[in-house]
Structures are given as structure tokens and as C-alpha cells.
Design a protein around this ligand. Sequence first.
Ligand code: NAD
Length: 500
Amino acid sequence: MASSLRIALAPGDGIGPEIMAATLDLFAAAGVTRLIEFVPVAMGKSEFERGNTRGMSEDAIRTVEDCGVLFKGPMETIKGAGGKSINVTARKLWNAFANLRTFRTLPGVETVYSRAGVNLNLTIVRENIEDTYGGVEHRLSNDMIQCKRLISAPGSDEVCRFAFQTARRLGVTRLHCGHKANIMKMTDGLFLDRFRAAARDFPEIEAGDVIVDALCMNLVMKPQQYQMLVLPNLQGDIVSDLAAGLVGGLGFAPSANIGKHISIFEAVHGTAPDIAGKGLANPAALILSGLMMLRHLGLTSHAATIENALLAALEQGVHTGDFGGGGVSSGKPALSTKDFVKGIVERLGSKPATVPPVPVPEASTHALLNRPARPAGQTVIRTFSNVVRHVVGCDIYLDTPLSPVSVAEEMQRIAGDTPFKLTLISNRGTQVWPTGSVYTECVDYYRVRFELRDTLRPGDFGQSPCVALLDKIAEKFEVCSYELLRTFDGVKGYSMAQGQ
Ligand code: NAD
């Protein structure tokens, strides 16, 4: 029978080819490979070694874009300058904006919680593109390096709405937003705002929020109080690995990177170079990621059959050498990757006895991908328009070894005949002028804030006087960067300094 579903396939590096081959053997035994044509693509270490800095060939890019789905094994990130993670590149390039991970107690996988009789079932959605993962970093002075944290309204909106839609689909009744909006009032504040706005369209789902540090403690102490979480990228990355630890480690943590046009399915763990080539690797996380992919494709019956066989195998003590802190309780010897999968294949058609089996639908819908049309060009997504913006000043960032008082004297002198007055100097975000503490230690990188003089009105000036001021300061100082201070519909678009 001709396959009508084409999936791009990248086995990956290290243990990748071993666990991918094992997963495909299982899929073949379950009849999946009759319905899917897996199209191999060149991605990963071999492409980097060929000098391809993106880590994927042009052919691979085209194939993934044509197929709309990529099933991938772990890929090595070349360490050191210039070596960008291919995993992050792929998610960003194809706008796979939501990282969806499920964490649940599996039979035969012993953890602190399973021993206490606590069954976990937690879903985490992590924003996958923005935040510090933009990788926008600069050395600003001898002693200061900056990483820009970018959070956008449309990006937050998309991922929060995806989280609510997924909650609805999964029948989840409570969704929490994890954040740090008490400190990062503007960036995490925006993420939380968009979460709350999305919540209004899903009244049947109880929406709550929790500060991420408290969330981590709660997850360790009483993880069952959460059903589902949505978080910004970096916090979501950390919290989701914590959650993996609760259910036995990364070997049991599948993940889907979902976008409007292209989605990527992969295990959370890496290439495990220490055991690569030995046939010892645990393919469970990749198999579980593959099951997320089959469900995404509409092959729900096949996914349920394979999942029941996996659960049955795990509860009967079929396991590979344990790793990542998860314990296996069977007392039986560890199996090779191949024998582990053989144990699952032998149980295809059977169901687990100690946990509820996954209901098997009559037949897979074998849905063709219902993808929106390929965009004609890159699109600009926006959530706001017609906002009235006024320039009210600028923050100028200096690389200087001077003291705060000396910087203030120089800045006041330079700003003398401009529309601006010096209102603030801060160092590492803490106000050091006009008031400050002698106990505040300064480094060689200052922010100096200029605001319009009281006699001037916002709206009287555009950006040019700020650029002129910048120019004047640059005659005497090394200016690292500058940011406009603006109001948006009368609301300040900038934060205060600590201690201001
Ligand atoms: P890792 O996850 O590869 O390994 C951590 C530990 O877990 C090792 O002891 C390893 O043997 C073990 N382990 C991991 N997966 C296993 C499995 N399926 N079965 C049995 N044991 C397993 O993390 P790392 O060592 O930090 O990273 C190695 C490489 O993987 C790096 O180049 C990193 O950039 C890359 N990586 C890739 C991805 C991805 O492709 N999505 C994710 C994480 C790391």
C-alpha cells in the first residue's frame, strides 16, 4: 500500500541511530511503517563536520518543510564559540513555538513517589523560541556580558493559547502559569498578562499562576497538586527537567515541539556519548515521543496499541540499564536496546494489568496532515496596533571605570543645553545616583538615564534629540548601547532601577 504520510527522519548522533532503529523496528511490527514513509534527512554532527554551520543540509531543510513533521534522535552540539545547538536552530527556524512534554508514573519505573503510592501525570508546555534562547549576547565592557531576554506579546499569546487548547483536548481541568513576574515585571509580566487574557476564552479550565521558585519547591514536595503548567522558555526548560526527575529521569521524558506548519518530535535526553555504540541505550523516551507523533498524525489506534505493549513490558520488568536517577524495581537483569524493544514487540496486542490501559480507538483516522498553506513570505505577527507612542528620554549604557559621582558630573555637563536632564544612574540594575549606598559595589558598566525636562511635553520630540545626545556623549565616553524611553498609550515602557 502506498504511504500517504511522509515524515522526515533524522536518527541523530551518539545513541541516536541505535534508539531510532529500535523505535522503527517497533513501529514496523505495529504496522505503522506501512502507513508512513520515513524520508531520511542529513542533520547533526556529520553536517557540522562538513562545514555546514546550521548542522543541516539544504535538502534536509526542504524535506522537513515539505513533510511538516520531523522525527529526530538526539544531536550533538559542538561545544565552544560559534557552535549553535541544532535543536534550538530547528525549533526556531520552523517556528515550533510550543514544547509539549508529558511526565507520568510508569509501571516498573521506581521513584520516590511511586514508592509512596503517588501516581503523577503532569503536562508541561514551554515556550520554545524566545527568552534568553534568542542567544543575543554581547560583551559590553571588560567586566560585563549581556544576554538579552526577549519576550513578545504574540509569542506569549501563541504558546498560552496552545496550552489552553491542549488542556481542553486532554481533559485537563487546571492550568497554572509559572513565572517570575514579581522580579521581571515587564517580560514575565507580559507573559502572565497574555496567559490571563487567553484564560478568559477557556472558562471551563481553572487558571492559576505560581512564582517559579515556589513552583519548584511545590513540585518536589507535592507534585500531584499540578495537572498542567505553561512557562517561558528558560524557566520551562529547567522545570521540565525537574519534572522528568520526578518520574524516573530523562529516559522516560518524551517531547513534541509544535508549530503551526512544522512539528518536531524528539526525546529530551542527549546523545549519551558514554554509552554510544554499546547497544545499551534506553529507547523509551524516543518511543514515547514517537507515540506523540503518531497521535499528531491521527494514528491514534496504533499509538494506543504500542503504548499498552510498552506499559505491559515495563510492568513485567522489561528494562534497559537504568540511568538518570530513575530506579527499575523488577530485579530482573538489564536488557540491550534491541532486547528491550523485542520485549515490547512480543506484547503488542496485550494490555498492562497494574495501570489503566490506554483505550484503543476502533481504527486510526490516518489523517493526512491538516496543515495551513505554506506562507508566501515571512509573516509579521502582532497583537497590538494603533498604540500612541511618545519618546520621553533614553537610557545610555557606558563602559567606564569612573565612580558614579564622576559619571554624574560629566553627564550633567554634557546634557546641559539639550532637552534632557539626568535623572538616574544605575550599576548592575541598582540605583547609585542621585542616591545610593556606599555598600553598593560598582563594575565598569553604567546605565545613565535622561528624561525630558519638566517644561517639555512628551510628543514634542521624536528620537533625534536622543541620538544627538548619544553623539555628544560618544565624543568623550565609550557608549555600549542605548534604549529609548517611551510611553505606550501613556504607560511607561521601561522599568525603574532597584532602589529608585
Ligand atoms: P545526555 O542526556 O546525553 O547524557 C546524560 C547521562 O544520561 C549520560 O550518563 C548518558 O549515558 C545518560 N543517558 C542519556 N540518554 C540515555 C538513554 N536513552 N539511555 C541510557 N542512558 C542515557 O546529556 P549530555 O551528556 O549533557 O549531552 C551529550 C550531548 O547531547 C551534547 O552534545 C548535548 O549538546 C547533546 N544534547 C542533545 C539534545 C537533543 O538533541 N535534543 C538534548 C540534550 C543534549
